[in-house]
Design a protein around this ligand. Structure first.
Ligand SMILES: NC(=O)c1ccc[n+]([C@@H]2O[C@H](COP(=O)([O-])OP(=O)(O)OC[C@H]3O[C@@H](n4cnc5c(N)ncnc54)[C@H](O)[C@@H]3O)[C@@H](O)[C@H]2O)c1
Length: 492
């Protein structure tokens, strides 16, 4: 069977032609190589000599001392009848061993291999049917296969997502698995009232996705989940301000103590990146003008935002004190699919579908900066791949709206009038205005929100319209039963 990887070409004679479009990758056989206890002049010497390791030691010496790689090649070709019978079966493994050695010993080669996500052209074996494409370009291309296999291994990541069964975590998991099909995701979630395994049902047959039910405060389970991971993206939190007013303790436990457990174990296991998902609420509230930046002083005002602020400080402390490679993003209000119907947009949409009124706090003039959850995922992806270790990035949607404006948009979408608004007493300590200045991530990493609020909100409202069974189960409390049926009482 032919091997045709769309990302790969092996043929010396087409390099010039493809150079602009593709990446030319030299096989770098001219570097010295330490391999199997000897220092070889080039990897070509090593590979050619390996033909005779078992059968002709004198030839190994001759090849070892050959003046050039070409001479080494010629010597092996002339004596090929002295190679062992099983040579054909082992030569690919030997070549792979040599290539892995080259990569380990020469960071430049590794850098070159990883430098591009483009097509790879191996500058070698232009007419060799086995290692390259051969004259008719239908060769086995074994060399190319080895390089591609190693590049895949080196670029692929295993990421521990905490709180992946919640609103933003769910959307982030879908986003990442779609964009990086080789990445593996481990989702650690306690499945509080806000976590919903149904969100991730579409991934149940995806071999790159694993779910672990567990609490981030539980060291043992955290260790199990984090072992083997390259990165951690930490979403898990108690996230609803109103609940934090009713029950602050749970917020302190999960958001502060849980984050500390994750940080400590990440440090122990040598995690290569710990990205902490935070909120703009840590900055307190704004007057009618101005925006939050990375330099704004922390001034949290609810138990929720205070616990998030404490977790941000802990994350930075692990960077400064222990050198844990961290990044933080402080994001504004998210909207999109899979948001628990206790938050403004899904609550109002689902209430209207159910024929109920929408409860609007106070005068409805509190302002939030709204961002589509996919833009948030894209920002986190950008920070993970290009962000600077130790840095914080503010992420915003450039869409300031009062709660009343949002309410009117939702009413309009569902063709309902203002009589469906029910004014309720304001939330205690309700912050008046939040807005984010995202110039840092824009200027340094080239990220900005792409989804216009006017488009995103319509898609989102339509999603709640199309996915009634999803939110009706949550609202009626059936979700817990679903979980037990699915994971505890299931017979097969
Ligand atoms: N929603 C927003 O607008 C917004 C904006 C900025 C930042 N954030 C932050 O983003 C993160 C995710 O927010 P969300 O809106 O998706 O929250 P969410 O409430 O929808 O989801 C939280 C998830 O964390 C899980 N969880 C809670 N406690 C846990 C524990 N002890 N151990 C393991 N898992 C636990 C829950 O089961 C749930 O799946 C939070 O850290 C939040 O502070 C949210």
């Amino acid at each position: 069977m032919q091997f045709r990887d769309p990302l790969l070409e092996t043929s010396g004679n087409i390099i010039g032609f493809y150079e602009r479009e593709f990446f030319v990758f030299s096989n770098f056989s001219s570097f010295q190589l330490e391999w199997r206890g000897r220092l070889w002049q080039t990897s070509e010497h090593a590979y050619q000599a390996s033909h005779f390791f078992e059968t002709a030691p004198e030839l190994v010496e001759k090849i070892y001392n050959a003046k050039s790689a070409h001479d080494a090649y010629k010597l092996a070709k002339e004596n090929i009848d002295k190679a062992p019978k099983n040579w054909e079966n082992i030569k690919v493994d030997i070549m792979e061993e040599i290539i892995r050695c080259k990569l380990e010993q020469n960071p430049y080669i590794k850098h070159k291999l990883l430098q591009t996500g483009h097509k790879l052209i191996i500058e070698d074996s232009p007419y060799d049917d086995f290692w390259g494409w051969g004259e008719n370009r239908d060769g086995r291309n074994e060399l190319g296969k080895i390089w591609m296999k190693i590049r895949k291994e080196l670029t692929s990541k295993t990421i521990l997502i905490t709180g992946g069964a919640g609103f933003i975590g769910t959307n982030f998991i879908y986003y990442m698995l779609k964009k990086y099909p080789d990445y593996k995701i481990v989702n650690l979630d306690k499945l509080t009232y806000a976590g919903n395994l149904k969100n991730l049902e579409l991934l149940k047959n995806n071999p790159n996705y694993t779910f672990i039910k567990g609490d981030i405060c539980d060291e043992e389970i955290v260790k199990t989940a984090m072992t083997g991971c390259d990165w951690v993206v930490h979403f898990a939190a108690e996230s609803h301000v109103d609940r934090s007013i009713m029950d602050p303790d749970t917020f302190i436990r999960t958001n502060i103590l849980g984050t500390n457990v994750l940080l400590r174990i990440a440090n122990e296991l040598g995690i290569k990146r710990f990205h902490h998902i935070s909120t703009d609420e840590v900055f307190g509230e704004l007057g009618p003008i101005g925006k939050f930046t990375e330099n704004t002083t922390y001034d949290p005002r609810s138990p929720y935002s205070s616990s998030k602020a404490a977790s941000d400080h802990l994350v930075r402390a692990y960077f400064h004190t222990f050198g844990l490679p961290i990044t933080i993003s402080n994001c504004s209000n998210n909207y999109g699919p899979y948001q628990f119907p206790e938050k403004l947009i899904p609550l109002f949409a689902t209430n209207l579908i159910e024929g109920k009124k929408v409860p609007l706090y106070g005068d409805g003039l509190n302002i939030r900066d709204w961002i589509h959850v996919d833009d948030h995922s894209n920002a986190v992806d950008t920070i993970l791949h290009n962000g600077k270790i130790g840095e914080t990035y503010c992420v915003g949607g450039d869409s300031e709206k009062t709660n009343l404006e949002i309410t009117n948009l939702v009413l309009e979408y569902f063709e309902k009038g203002e009589e469906m608004i029910e004014k309720v007493p304001d939330r205690r300590g309700h912050d008046r205005r939040y807005a984010i200045d995202f110039s840092k991530i824009k200027n340094e990493l080239g990220w900005e929100p792409k989804i216009k609020f006017e488009d995103g909100i319509k898609q989102t409202l339509q999603w709640y319209k199309d996915n009634e069974s999803w939110w009706r189960e949550i609202k009626s409390g059936d979700y817990q039963k679903y979980y037990e049926d699915q994971y505890i009482n299931r017979k097969n």
